[in-house]
Write a new protein. Structure first.
Length: 180
């Protein structure tokens, strides 16, 4: 299945992210085409305890997923918790989970920004997104097949008050989206 673009945006609250997820589903977007990334606000110690892992740093796990995970976002694919060495615990879903899972386990250079660059986001924007996510914001990314879908996603994000909305080509998203 050929993907041509991704739309990225930053949301400030869980409530915004829930509304975006509901609207994207109602608009016909598939759960596997949507990525969500936000800090796990329970903290590393709670994360490690809840995930029942012996190696909380750098391990991708399926721990609890916080307020966003529920009826509104439960249909997203691959949702779970992961810890990124030197950065901390996060909740992720969709293709970004696979990209970050590899970064977390392998402690590759770049952390979140490196995964985003690998998904086609220019380096400067990727670093800005990483900074905003570290501050507690929520990144939403939707993979689209055409300009009509792209415009629909942008409209939904704008309706819910998203900021830093951008689009990018996805030459490498397909390969990172299918990493186990």
């Amino acid at each position: 299945m050929e993907r041509k673009m991704a739309v990225f945006g930053i949301l400030s609250t869980d409530a915004q992210a829930q509304r975006v997820a509901i609207k994207l589903k109602a608009a016909g977007f598939r759960g596997e085409d949507i990525s969500v990334l936000f800090p796990d606000k329970t903290g590393t110690r709670d994360f490690a305890h809840e995930a029942h892992t012996k190696a909380p740093e750098g391990a991708a796990t399926g721990g609890t997923a916080g307020g966003l995970i529920g009826a509104a976002a439960g249909w997203l694919v691959g949702i779970g918790s992961l810890a990124i060495p030197g950065i901390g615990p996060f909740i992720a879903a969709g293709p970004i989970m696979a990209a970050l899972g590899g970064a977390a386990v392998g402690a590759t250079v770049g952390g979140i920004a490196g995964a985003l660059i690998g998904m086609g986001i220019p380096e400067l924007e990727a670093k800005q997104y990483e900074s905003k996510i570290r501050e507690g914001n929520i990144l939403v990314s939707v993979h689209t097949d055409d300009g009509t879908e792209r415009d629909r996603v942008k409209a939904i994000l704008k309706e819910e008050g998203a900021h830093d909305i951008s689009t990018t080509g996805e030459s490498s998203v397909r390969s990172s989206a299918h990493v186990a």
